[in-house]
Design a protein around this ligand. Structure first.
Ligand code: ADP
Length: 472
């Protein structure tokens, strides 16, 4: 079974791989560099020693008058002399024919090949050799005899001091590396734990939040860091979720309430009618009343469907080119009877045609809602004014009445679903409180907006703004 690693473990692993790798690499690299530097110094020292011995050899010859004097002072092999690195452990002077002119007792050079190379090139040649259970660094050093004959001084110095220094260095470095790795592990563990602690706190708090306690919020600790930003973002998300859940809850209970009232009325009327036999006219009256309730229910169902479609983003508007003035004229005709019943005057102020692109049915429904409300809320014998204008690429339809107006504290909510300023009256007039909510959705669906201005005691004015059709 494959298991995904937590981000914390991954980060810890990454730190250990990167920094641990660097620490482990630092050991061999440092000891190689150190060893090279020591060898360079030792070769320089060995060269100096060979040149000094050559000078001594020539000087000794001059003082004794012999051409081949020999030197004293080379340390014999196996000597525990602590000066061994500063003094030669082995030396010989060889002539071009390979004859040993002087030395520490060896009958031939330890590295004849290096001697031959030096004689051939005239350059010093360095090499390593194992000699009497000891490792020596050798140099074949070229110099000329007093007569100008080329000679080679083979000098060897002990490697033991450098080797033991390097060995000690490796041990020290291994100990330091291990300690560094230990500190690194502990430090990384602590650091990642510290860094992830706030996020883990947030995760466990969020895990405890469900629809029953959506009011819970995550603590935002002082200081600005990623965990606080995350907490802030989640808090805002929780707030939106809480509001959406609350709206949903309210909506469901409103729907249930709206459906219950006409159903109760229907049931009551039918039950009373069935209690005993009645004349035909009475059945007819009951049926007519029932039909009214049924019509109300089906209007409500239709409105709810439209809102649900708008919420789901599937309320689609046909895109037809239409003249708002035409649409309004047609629509006002349908209100003639109700207008006459209330002795109202309806004026249409639309000097020119105003073309928009949209769905004639949906736009009719929007405008119908506004005119319907204006007629409902207008006192008898008053005037309802409708104006249609085109301004700055916006088509504006204003429906104004001289009704009671809407108190300012309700103005912000009248576009909410099921919101009524006076619920009892509105219900009596057959309103469901969904008309303006749907009107607003339709305006938005067409890229427009619906606004209201109202003064209590003077009247209300609803204004729809829609983009003017751009194609001819
Ligand atoms: P309803 O179907 O109840 O009329 P609406 O969504 O159309 O629902 O309107 C919401 C509420 O806004 C109404 O209940 C009413 O109180 C108020 N309202 C709407 N239009 C007007 C108006 N022209 N004058 C006064 N109040 C209005």
């Amino acid at each position: 079974m494959s298991r995904t690693l937590s981000l914390r473990t991954r980060l810890l692993g990454l730190q250990l791989v990167v920094f641990g790798g660097l620490v482990l690499l630092a050991g061999p690299v440092t000891s190689t560099l150190l060893s090279r530097s020591l060898q360079r110094d030792r070769d320089r020292h060995l060269g100096g020693m060979a040149a000094g011995l050559a000078r001594e050899y020539l000087a000794a010859g001059r003082s004794t008058g012999f051409e081949q004097p020999c030197l004293v002072g080379a340390v014999p092999p196996g000597s525990p002399d602590p000066q061994a690195t500063h003094r030669p452990r082995h030396f010989l002077v060889v002539d071009p024919s390979g004859r040993v002119l002087c030395g520490d007792g060896e009958s031939e050079p330890l590295r004849p090949d290096a001697v031959a190379e030096t004689l051939a090139t005239g350059n010093p040649a360095f090499s390593d050799v194992r000699w009497s259970a000891e490792r020596l660094r050798l140099v074949a050093w070229p110099f000329d005899s007093r007569e100008g004959r080329p000679l080679v001084m083979e000098v060897g110095a002990s490697q033991s001091v450098i080797q033991s220094a390097l060995r000690r260095g490796v041990v020290v470095m291994a100990v330091v590396d291990l300690a560094a790795l230990g500190f690194l592990f502990a430090g990384s563990l602590l650091l990642t734990r510290r860094a992830f602690e706030p996020i883990e706190r947030i995760v466990s708090r969020v895990e405890g939040i469900d629809e029953a306690n959506l009011a819970a919020r995550l603590p935002v600790e002082p200081g600005i860091d990623e965990a606080n930003r995350l907490a802030g973002v989640l808090n805002r998300l929780l707030e939106r979720l809480e509001r959406a859940f609350e709206a949903q809850r309210r909506f469901s209970s409103d729907v249930a309430h709206e459906i219950r009232s006409p159903l109760t009325a229907l049931r009551g009327q039918i039950e009373v009618a069935l209690r005993r036999p009645r004349p035909q006219e009475e059945y007819r009256r009951v049926l007519e009343e029932c039909l009214e309730e049924v019509l109300r229910l089906s209007r409500l169902a239709e409105d709810l469907m439209s809102l649900a479609r708008a919420d789901a983003g599937v309320l689609e508007a046909r895109r037809e080119r239409l003249d708002l003035r035409d649409l309004m004229r047609h629509l006002l005709g349908r209100f003639r009877v109700r207008v006459e019943e209330k002795d109202l005057r309806v004026s249409l102020d639309a000097p020119a045609e105003v073309r928009v692109t949209g769905d004639p049915d949906l736009l009719s429904r929007l405008l119908e809602n506004l005119v319907d409300n204006a007629i409902i809320h207008s006192p008898r014998m008053e005037e309802v004014r409708v104006a249609i204008r085109s301004e700055d690429r916006w088509a504006r339809v204003t429906v104004s009445d001289r009704g009671p107006g809407i108190p300012p504290e309700h103005l912000g909510r009248i576009f909410d679903r099921f919101y009524r300023v006076d619920p009892a009256r509105s219900r009596e007039q057959g309103g469901s409180g969904l008309g303006l909510a749907i009107a607003k959705e339709i305006a938005q669906l067409h890229g427009g907006r619906l606004e209201v201005e109202s003064t209590v005691g003077e009247g209300s004015s609803f204004r729809v703004s829609l983009p003017v059709a751009t194609w001819s």
